[in-house]
Design a protein around this ligand. Sequence first.
Ligand code: ZN
Length: 296
Amino acid sequence: MPDRIVTATAADGSFAIVAGVTTELVRETQSRHELAPTASAALGRLLTGAVLLGARLKGRERFSLQVAGDGPLRGMTADVALRSPHELAARGYARNGAAELPLNARGKFDVAGVVGRGHLQVTRSFEVGQPYIGIVPLVSGEIGEDIASYLAHSEQIPSIVALGVLAGRAGIRVSGGLVATVMPGAVERTIELLETRAAGMPSISTQIDAGAPAEALAQTLAGELELRFTGEFSVAFVCRCSRRRVERALLGLAPDELAEMARDQKPTEAVCEYCKERYVLTREEVAGLAAQVGAG
Ligand SMILES: [Zn+2]
């Protein structure tokens, strides 16, 4: 089943929900980066959160979530952009994808343990003008609560964020999540009602594992409240790296450094940190670049 994100609003206008399944995105990320199970749960949740918030993007805007923490994961990044009006492109990486810890006391992946203490940085880049950057301390390191804290403190939006990744030695089984945001002017009772429902519902990963599509995740949280589905996105792992970008990065080096690389007998190798794509440039190619910047 391909990944899908749907957006909905409560018929009475009191809240909005973005919900979706991101299994294929997280599966591809896990396999490209050979992530350990706990690291895959951590990055999977961050990627899912980025994609769900990415449903708010317009045109060429971009959105990224960066976690800096003192745990063995040593931080991670996820970013998302629109490929077309109904297609989200996401990618991400962890600084130490081998980070692994025993299950926590509740028998779940110890995501808080691999992440550690630190902060979450959210960057929203627009088509024009300066990007917006919001930084909040990590509340728990479990990612869902940390994203909710960002929405509350930086955007003044009360929310429920539920993210789930089911993984094992064999890889990712399911992944997905939902973000419910309370509309301005909604009564205090709305957030209490959603919190109660979220606490009582089966976990997101349990629901997806049982075959629930994106709409069902949203409806389970809404309960008997009527939802109007307003939009839909497909999701794909897409990296923006290319041979041309690697060449441009090399052209940005000091002319002496480039000339030195061209004199070296070995080919020059660059690996994209987001997707692990490996680019190899021959001595002749590097010499050509060195000639372009006028190095001897
Ligand atoms: Zn790449």
